[in-house]
Design a binder for this molecule. Structure first.
Ligand SMILES: Nc1ncnc2c1ncn2[C@@H]1O[C@H](COP(=O)(O)OP(=O)(O)O)[C@@H](O)[C@H]1O
Ligand SMILES: [Mg+2]
Length: 236
């Protein structure tokens, strides 16, 4: 009721001078409280999401990327999150995978969803720690309170057998319940490179890809393009 308490004295004066009905006064006060709470909840969700950078969908130059406009629009609609489907961004460094994952995450938070960003290494480390005190199941259930869990940089570092098993357990638990947003520079057929057990790789991909929007980002690195453009400008 903090907003109500803060606003009440001033609002009371306005209500008196403008001869508001008691209903009108109360409704205004309650609306202010609801708005304040929603804003505070959104701020909390944004903090909990742990985005490494702040990126927005309207900052993404779709024409400069290999992502079809229709795919971009569909993903931006967040419909896939409501349907507990996945989105996988596959492509080389600097092609906008993390930008898209974070921007979709930010949009989801703003739309009222709970979101959590991890790099694959962070997620596996979290699960490893849970293994040490026998709480993997509980930790996974906790993570699945989020409607969208982002696993970025999958395949940067190879996983050991236990790490791969833990990742599989997580993906299997999220299957058809929650949305996963994946970023990897490895095409699916190369996932054996960082998932040591062939059967784990196959089972994991099976769950992941069943309801999945796969987006291949390719072309030149946006970072390199920007660097080149800067270079061209300074040599002019
Ligand atoms: N199509 C794009 N429009 C605007 N910025 C982009 C685009 N693609 C990449 N970037 C920017 O280039 C940088 C690298 O992109 P990033 O998403 O981190 O690449 P990746 O995760 O694929 O390695 C970021 O600063 C990102 O905001
Ligand atoms: Mg990235």
């Amino acid at each position: 009721m903090a907003a109500m308490r803060r606003l009440a004295p001033e609002l009371l004066i306005t209500a008196k001078t403008q001869r508001w009905s008691p209903e009108e006064f109360l409704r205004t006060l309650i609306d202010a409280e609801i708005t304040a709470r929603e804003e505070s909840n959104a701020r909390t969700r944004m903090r909990v999401a742990a985005f490494p950078v702040r990126k927005r969908l309207d900052e993404f130059d779709v024409a400069a990327s290999s992502i079809p406009k229709a795919t971009f629009d569909y993903l931006s609609s967040l419909e896939w999150i409501r349907a507990a489907e996945n989105a996988c961004f596959i492509g080389p460094a600097g092609t906008g995978k993390s930008h898209m994952l974070v921007a979709l995450g930010v949009a989801a938070v703003e739309a009222g969803h709970r979101v959590r960003y991890f790099t694959a290494a962070e997620l596996v480390e979290t699960l490893y720690r849970a293994l040490a005190d026998n709480s993997v199941g509980r930790v996974i259930e906790g993570l699945l309170r989020h409607e969208l869990i982002i696993i970025d940089e999958l395949g940067f570092a190879p996983l050991d057998d236990t790490g791969a098993q833990l990742l599989f357990r997580f993906v299997a638990a999220a299957y058809e319940r929650r949305s996963l947003g994946i970023g990897s520079h490895w095409p699916f057929e190369s996932w054996g490179k960082f998932l040591p057990e062939h059967t784990t790789a196959v089972s994991l991909l099976d769950r992941l890809l069943h309801h999945c929007h796969t987006v291949v980002t390719n072309g030149d690195s946006y970072r390199m393009k920007q660097a080149r453009r800067k270079g061209a400008n300074t040599t002019k």
